[in-house]
Design a protein around this ligand. Structure first.
Ligand code: BV8
Length: 252
C-alpha cells in the first residue's frame, strides 16, 4: 500500500469519529526549526541525556544544566508553530472528544491554540523552586529570555529555580498519567514525530491498541512502534497531516 492509500484509509477511519487522541514528539516541531533529540543533528548527539536531563546532573552542576535550557529557550523564542501544529489545533476544535498528549516541552502546540493539551514531560517555559519553598506556587510560567542570572533565583526564597520539565528518572505527574490513560479509550490514536524510545510515553500506543483504538504512526522513519500499530505512514508530519486534512475536508 502506498502513502496515498494509507492516508485514505486513515481519513476513512477518522471521518465522523468522536474520540481522537494524538501523541506527539520532537518530529512535529522539526519543521519549525526546533532541534530533535535523536536525529542526525539531534540534541543528544552533542550532549548525553544523563549529563543534562536528570536531577543528579542538576544537583552536580546547576549552571551547566541551566545554560543548556537557557540556550534552548532562546532558540525556541525565535520559532513559530508549523502546519503540523496548526492541523492538530484544528482537529482539537473539530473532534468532539480530542486529546493531544505531547512529549514536547517547547510550547508550540499551545501557541497554535490546541485545546485539551496534556504536557507529558512538562514545559521548558515553566519553572519551580528547586527547594519547593513554602511561599512559592507549585510551578509557574516564566518566559524570561535570556535569564539575566544563571542559575535563576526563586523570587520567593532566593534559592535556585529549576526548569519545569520531567527529567530522566523522575516520575510523570500522576494526574497527567491519569488523564492520558483515560484518553487511550478512543476511536483513533495517532503517534506523530516520536522515536518511541522514551517511556512511559512510548507505551501509550500499545495500550491504546489494546483498548481497541485504530492506531496510526506518522513519522519520518520507522520506530519500535511501527510494527505495533495498525498503520504506519512515513513522511514529514507537516505533509502527512496536511494531506489528511485535505482528505477530511473533501478538498482535491
Ligand atoms: C520515569 C526532558 C520512573 C525534557 C525528557 C520503562 C518504563 C518507565 C521508565 C523507563 C522504562 N525504560 C526506561 C525508563 C527510564 C526512562 C527512559 O524511557 N529512558 C529511555 C531513554 C530508555 N524514562 C524516564 O526516566 C521517565 N521517568 O519513567 O520515571 C519513576 C517512577 C517512579 C518514581 C521515580 C521514577 C521520564 C522520561 C522523560 C525524560 N525527559 N526530556 C527536555 O529537556 O526536553 S525525554 C526527551 O525525549 C524529550 O522530552 C522528548 O520528548 C522525549 C522523546 O523524544 P522524541 O520526542 O521522540 O524525539 P526524538 O528526537 O527521539 O525523535 C524524533 C522523531 O521524529 C524521530 O523518530 C524522527 O525520525 C522523527 N522526525 C524528525 N523530523 C520529522 C520527524 N517525523 C515527522 N516529521 C518530521 N519532519
Amino acid at each position: 500500500m502506498n502513502n496515498a492509500d494509507r492516508l485514505q484509509t486513515v481519513a476513512d477511519r477518522l471521518r465522523d469519529k468522536r474520540r481522537v487522541t494524538v501523541l506527539t514528539g520532537a518530529g512535529v516541531s522539526a519543521a519549525s526549526g526546533v532541534p530533535t533529540f535523536r536525529g542526525p543533528d539531534g540534541l543528544w548527539k552533542k550532549q548525553r541525556p544523563e549529563t543534562l536531563a536528570t536531577a543528579d546532573a542538576f544537583r552536580r552542576d546547576p549552571r551547566v544544566v541551566w545554560e543548556w535550557y537557557d540556550w534552548r529557550r532562546q532558540v525556541l523564542s525565535t520559532k513559530v508553530p508549523n502546519r503540523a501544529h496548526e492541523v492538530l489545533a484544528a482537529w482539537s476544535e473539530r473532534f468532539p472528544n480530542f486529546t493531544l498528549i505531547t512529549q514536547n516541552v517547547d510550547g508550540l502546540h499551545e501557541r497554535a491554540g490546541t485545546r485539551n493539551l496534556i504536557r507529558f514531560h512538562g514545559s521548558i517555559w515553566e519553572v519551580l523552586c528547586w527547594d519547593r519553598c513554602a511561599n512559592a506556587p507549585g510551578r509557574w510560567w516564566d518566559d524570561t529570555v535570556p535569564f539575566p542570572q544563571i542559575p535563576p533565583s526563586c523570587p520567593h526564597c532566593g534559592g535556585m529555580l529549576r526548569p519545569g520539565v520531567v527529567w530522566f528518572g523522575e516520575p510523570i505527574d500522576p494526574d497527567v498519567i491519569a488523564k492520558s490513560t483515560d484518553a487511550l479509550d478512543c476511536d483513533v490514536f495517532f503517534t506523530v514525530g516520536t522515536s518511541a524510545q522514551v517511556f512511559p510515553a512510548a507505551a501509550l500506543a500499545h495500550e491504546a491498541r489494546h483498548r481497541g483504538a485504530f492506531t496510526v504512526e506518522l513519522n519520518l522513519e520507522s520506530t519500535p512502534s511501527s510494527n505495533a500499530v495498525d498503520l504506519s505512514v512515513q513522511g514529514p508530519a507537516t505533509d502527512l497531516l496536511q494531506t489528511l486534512e485535505e482528505l477530511l475536508l473533501g478538498r482535491p
